[in-house]
Design a binder for this molecule. Structure first.
Ligand SMILES: [Fe+2]
Length: 252
């Protein structure tokens, strides 16, 4: 009888990823459910800098119902915030303003888009609990407009966790991937913090090379201490490191 040994997972720290460019963060103060003041934002960036991060994309939430931020307002706040940072951070880090757009019934009416630094990738999300009815159409519409949609943290959506199939994974995520929609992994998900369903999806996406990017999605400084305790096989960890290297390509 043949036995197929399950590959053993090991424990890794956040530093082991080698993340030098973060593509997803809620650091711009006072605009969403992330950092609420300049002190907290500075503390987050100081901690990320200590962990080796040198490039940070700010991706404040934009959604009509919860966070009705406009690109102009976010840009003004970003321009005011950066000069308040300690000189060391300003000298040794690069910052870029983008957004994380909620795909809902209002999404189509706005063309006010802040993209990642290559000018083409745009970060989108859904509610964790309710699949957006508009998601398929909007992925297509963004592509028709010449943009490259990136779905944030696919492993975190509860409706995908419920739809998880051991043999097939999640059919809709496979469909999005096949259609050219990119997928972005959250660091925190690697610790198992979001439960078995989330971990099953992320291992399936990693094993099948379906993620393109990895981000912290950091909302508060204390969260960074919980990024350690990553449970992956060495082969999966190598894939996460490759995602971190791919983040760098966005900055040219
Ligand atoms: Fe986020």
């Amino acid at each position: 009888m043949l036995f197929f040994k399950k590959k053993k997972t090991e424990t890794y720290s956040f530093m082991d990823i080698g993340l030098t460019a973060d593509v997803h963060s809620h650091i711009l103060p006072g605009v969403d459910d992330g950092s609420q003041n300049v002190e907290e934002s500075t503390a987050i960036l100081t901690r990320l800098h200590e962990c080796g991060v040198r490039k940070v994309i700010f991706t404040p939430h934009v959604s009509r119902s919860m966070f009705p931020n406009t690109a102009a307002d976010l840009q003004a706040r970003f321009d005011a915030f950066i000069p308040t940072l300690p000189e060391k951070l300003r000298k040794e880090m690069r910052f870029h303003l983008a957004s994380e757009y909620m795909v809902d019934e209002f999404f189509a009416t706005s063309d006010d888009r802040l993209c990642w630094p290559d000018g083409r990738h745009i970060l989108i999300e859904m509610s964790y609990y309710e699949r957006s009815r508009e998601i398929r159409d909007e992925i297509f519409n963004l592509q028709m407009a010449g943009l490259l949609p990136v779905l944030a943290h696919p492993e975190r959506y509860v409706f995908y966790q419920k739809a998880w199939d051991k043999k097939k994974g999640v059919a809709e995520l496979q469909e999005f991937f096949d259609a050219g929609c990119k997928l972005q992994l959250n660091v925190m998900s690697l610790t198992g913090a979001y439960g078995e369903g989330s971990t099953a999806i992320l291992r399936w996406l990693l094993d099948n090379d379906m993620y393109s990017f990895v981000g912290t999605d950091v909302h508060a400084c204390r969260q960074i201490n919980h990024f350690n305790g990553i449970q992956l096989t060495p082969a999966q960890m190598d894939k996460v490191r490759a995602l971190a290297r791919n983040n760098e390509t966005l900055f040219g």
